[in-house]
Design a protein around this ligand. Structure first.
Ligand code: FES
Length: 103
């Protein structure tokens, strides 16, 4: 059965901001406020070992801090080399002002 995990208050993450979360039994997750819509993606870059939470967000694209590869935060698709492998995206919801990971 799907499990819902509270991540944070929606108001705590401004537009364009992102935050890393560790949920038991899961790889680290990265929550992004994308113009008022929340996106939840894997925080680990698919190229090597780097946390995308330390990267740069430009519009709907996140750039890895280590080698500068990038991903579309809406689809997880790699946008520029050296990233090739799609990043996992996750279901997220907002209820009563709280952001949930729908794991
Ligand atoms: S570890 Fe992210 S681009 Fe290399």
């Amino acid at each position: 059965m799907a499990e819902r995990t509270a991540l944070c208050q929606a108001s705590s993450l401004e537009v364009g901001a992102m935050a890393r979360f560790e949920v038991a039994g899961e790889d680290p997750l990265l929550l992004i406020n994308d113009g008022g819509e929340f996106r939840l993606i894997d925080d680990d870059c698919t190229h090597a070992i780097a946390s995308l939470s330390e990267g740069r967000l430009e519009g709907g694209v996140i750039f890895c801090p280590l080698h500068g590869g990038s991903f579309d935060i809406r689809t997880g698709k790699a946008r520029s080399l050296p990233c090739k492998q799609t990043l996992r995206t996750h279901k997220v919801s907002v209820k009563d002002g709280v952001v949930y990971y729908e794991g």
